[in-house]
Design a protein around this ligand. Structure first.
Ligand SMILES: Cc1cc2nc3c(=O)[nH]c(=O)nc-3n(C[C@H](O)[C@H](O)[C@H](O)COP(=O)(O)OP(=O)(O)OC[C@H]3O[C@@H](n4cnc5c(N)ncnc54)[C@H](O)[C@@H]3O)c2cc1C
Length: 438
């Protein structure tokens, strides 16, 4: 137990002023709870500022159409406990999120594929609105204050929070309740260094090994420099032990280290988990996803029949990005034959080219790491949290919200949606508890 300074006691201390902590603070205060926030940075929401390429993809309305919106939304999330996110999303989904921000004076607009952004298209305005909301509600924020340890006691005050500050050295705050909103491990420069995991583990919680999610993939391939910058609409598959474990369609981009683009980012969490298990992971790219293998053979045969007098390289212009052609010719073993005509293509070479169009395979060596990832897959085990309220089953009075727990969403606004939904649900649950209704 650390020496306590009673002047810094609040009923609820929220650790972390990121997306989930900000949502929880506004909601808790509106529900009449004496709330304060501790944040290691000198401002709120440093990560939120970088989201959606500076525009902040707040949520996604594409699941908000059917009768069971929350169920559709919950399919965008991943956790060891598949059903865990649902009761949280049922309490606070896409519509409630849009209404919440509207009420704060931040109307949302849908831009592409259901992705919703602030009307200003500026992530900074999301933070400004939260700052104003917290000021209006007199919620104190202790900046440049990093939580080093949390201890729990049977007596009042229940929680003792040891912090490192820039100006006052180590200080101690106390509270009756704690929300752990410390995020995961991605973009550590924004303040998320995994210290939240350490705090939770010291309190008895289990960490499911975190891996980077929504991140580029590194590939083992000798011609990546030549391919770098090439974009195409295609289908990507992650293959492990000969089995396709996830497929995604969209714009794929080659980089000098591997592959990026929305489908690759979506595939990355599966790849990261398999790599962490020591599996061999293959990325298979389909450059003609609208055609079956048979149709590709027909299409190319007809094309080469029509343009039999052209070189193979010339025949592929107009079908593929020009930078891809020399690499495909190398793969087919005909790069040393620049004058080879389509009419002279051997059956064996044709077969290689057909295959490359539909199943161009690359060994995935790694992801591009937490520094470049948008989310963390894994985190504190949700088995140890109460469904819907997010209160710890091990430490009554401790609630978790946001990315710190083992829930991560697909690309497209779903991770921030989880932060809003879980921050809100934790605050509601605490208010219900204080009102004696749970
Ligand atoms: C580049 C990038 C782009 C993204 N774009 C999108 C997008 O457009 N849409 C989307 O849905 N998601 C996006 N995400 C993901 C989204 O930002 C996160 O899922 C979300 O911010 C998680 O919210 P959180 O509250 O759990 O954690 P965070 O927002 O990461 O906040 C955690 C806070 O806790 C503080 N903290 C941590 N440890 C301590 C400690 N020990 N003491 C005190 N304070 C502490 C940190 O400083 C931080 O401010 C993006 C992420 C990145 C990196």
């Amino acid at each position: 137990m650390y020496e306590s300074n009673t002047s810094k006691h609040h009923k609820l201390f929220i650790i972390g002023a990121g997306a989930s902590g900000l949502m929880a603070a506004v909601t808790a205060r509106d529900l009449g709870i004496d709330t304060a926030i501790i944040e290691s940075n000198d401002r709120v929401g440093k990560k939120v500022l970088t989201t959606g390429n500076g525009r902040c993809n707040i949520t996604n309305e594409s699941t908000a159409t059917g009768t069971d919106e929350a169920v559709a939304l919950s399919r965008k999330y991943h956790s060891n406990q598949t059903e865990f996110p649902l009761p949280v999303l049922q309490q606070f989904g896409v519509r409630q999120t849009a209404d919440f921000f509207n009420t704060l004076g931040l109307p949302l607009i849908a831009v592409e594929n259901g992705r919703m952004y602030p009307m200003s298209l500026q992530a900074a305005s999301v933070l400004d609105i939260f700052r104003i909301a917290l000021e209006d509600r007199n919620v104190p924020i202790y900046f440049k204050t990093k939580v080093l340890d949390v201890t729990v006691s049977r007596e009042h005050p229940r929680f003792t929070i040891l912090c490192q500050t820039e100006t006052e050295g180590q200080i101690v705050y106390t509270s009756d309740y704690i929300f752990l909103c410390t995020g995961g491990l991605t973009a550590p420069k924004t303040g998320t260094d995994g210290s939240g995991y350490t705090l939770a583990r010291r309190l008895g919680h289990t960490l499911i090994d975190p891996v980077p999610g929504i991140v580029q993939l590194k590939l083992e391939y000798p011609y990546l420099k030549e391919l770098s910058g090439v974009k195409f609409e295609g289908l990507g598959h992650i293959i492990v032990n000969g089995e396709v474990i996830r497929s995604e369609y969209g714009e794929i981009l080659f980089t000098d280290y591997g592959a990026s683009g929305p489908p690759i980012l979506q595939l990355s969490r599966k790849a990261a988990y398999q790599l962490a298990r020591g599996e061999t992971v293959t990325l298979s790219l389909d450059m003609m996803p609208d055609r079956t293998e048979v149709e590709v053979v027909d299409f190319l045969d007809t094309h080469w029949g029509t343009f039999g007098h052209r070189t193979v390289a010339a025949s592929l212009i107009g079908i593929l990005n020009k930078k891809l052609i020399p690499v495909l010719l190398k793969e087919a073993g005909i790069d040393q034959e620049p004058n080879l005509l389509c009419q002279d293509l051997s059956w064996k070479t044709k077969k290689i080219l057909y295959r490359l169009m539909k199943r161009w395979e690359f060994i995935v060596t790694d992801t591009n790491g937490f520094t470049n990832a948008q989310t963390t897959a894994g985190g504190i085990d949700t088995k140890e949290l109460k469904e819907g309220t997010l209160e710890s089953k091990l430490v009554p009075g401790l609630y978790l919200a946001g990315e710190v727990m083992d829930v991560d969403g697909d690309c497209g606004g779903y991770n921030l949606q989880w932060a809003w939904s879980s921050g809100y649900s934790a605050a509601m649950a605490l208010a219900d508890h204080l009102a004696g209704t749970t």
